[in-house]
Design a protein around this ligand. Structure first.
Ligand SMILES: [Zn+2]
Length: 77
């Protein structure tokens, strides 16, 4: 069963996960190069993107939960 909302939320989550990996990689590079200012900036960015990732995961999980409830109700009829 295809659900456009599931697709949209998964795409959004994947996009944030990829961005998170990019920020982590930039952060590690900055740490290795002792770029203190950049490290501070990226640490803040990392914090923000991790919040977004958590939010996107919760949104996806609670949306998928609605499908599960639908299936249970259909099965009971
Ligand atoms: Zn869905």
């Amino acid at each position: 069963m295809r659900c456009p909302e599931c697709d949209r939320l998964r795409i959004e989550f994947d996009r944030i996960v990829r961005r998170n990996m990019d920020v982590v990689s930039d952060y590690n590079t900055a740490v290795l190069k002792y770029e203190q200012e950049r490290v501070e900036l990226l640490r803040a960015a990392l914090h923000d993107v991790e919040l977004l990732r958590t939010e996107a995961r919760i949104k996806l999980a609670s949306h998928e939960e609605t499908h599960f409830t639908e299936r249970v109700m259909t099965a009971g009829q």
